[in-house]
Design a protein around this ligand. Structure first.
Ligand code: GSH
Length: 218
């Protein structure tokens, strides 16, 4: 399988964590290389990454959650992204949506705003997105109480979504001081070997993250 990704991209981290958890080999096509960029644009004209291409099945899969689900279906291994039990699966999918829509969404908007020229920034949007992050932090603090991982005792798709979204959000609006449960969960994610590997591999690009020098708000 061929994975088109960038090492600094949060949604790509989500997929990389799943591949590393499962120990599934893949051909990396890093979107810095001109040839890789041209292949990716031809495969997925929507211009979003990650994208997975499976030449054996002739499949091109986009959307990080769907790529992780595809991996679980076609390369079953030690990592089970979606539990077999239907109710447990619903909780995993709900948590996956919470992390993508309510953590990743405001976090990406804050990054996009910071990357704009100063005169094109939107202070009201920044205030709203900081408030949105604080609101989801509070919800997660309650919902994660007593859980080892996002949806219970087992690592799942939801943790693949949680790791990048919380890691980046915490560097913009720090969460640990006021959210001990959420902070402890982020610590567990950061020391998990699959995610630690992703964090190590992104280091050469880290200076491009616009909040690398410090957060927006504490
Ligand atoms: N809904 C997509 C979102 C993917 C996404 O937003 N990827 C970002 C990188 S983290 C991207 O493609 N950015 C390029 C752009 O929006 O032009 C998913 O779940 O995979």
């Amino acid at each position: 399988m061929i994975l088109y990704y960038h090492p600094l991209s949060s949604y790509c981290w989500k997929v990389l964590i799943a591949f590393y958890e499962n120990g599934t080999p893949f051909t990396p096509r890093v979107l810095e290389d001109e040839a890789a960029l041209a292949e990716w644009q031809a495969l997925w004209p929507l211009g979003k990454f990650p994208v997975l291409h499976d030449p054996v099945r002739g499949a091109t899969i986009a959307e990080a959650s769907i790529i992780v689900e595809y991996l679980g279906r076609h390369e079953p291994g030690t990592f089970r992204p979606i539990p077999v039990d239907g109710d447990a699966a619903i909780e995993v999918r709900l948590m996956d949506r919470l992390f993508d829509n309510y953590v990743m969404g405001p976090m990406q908007a804050l990054v996009a705003d910071r990357l704009r020229p100063e005169e094109a920034r939107d202070p009201r949007g920044v205030t709203a997105n900081v408030a949105a992050l604080r609101s989801i932090y509070a919800l997660l603090e309650d919902r994660l109480a007593g859980r080892s991982w996002a949806a219970g005792d087992h690592l799942s798709l939801a943790d693949c979504a949680a790791a990048p979204s919380l890691y980046y959000a915490d560097r913009i609006v720090p969460l640990r001081a006021d959210h001990p449960v959420l902070g402890a969960y982020l610590n567990r994610l950061e020391t998990r070997p699959s995610f630690a590997r992703v964090l190590c591999e992104m280091q050469p690009w880290w200076q491009n993250f616009p909040f690398a020098d410090g957060p927006l708000a504490s």
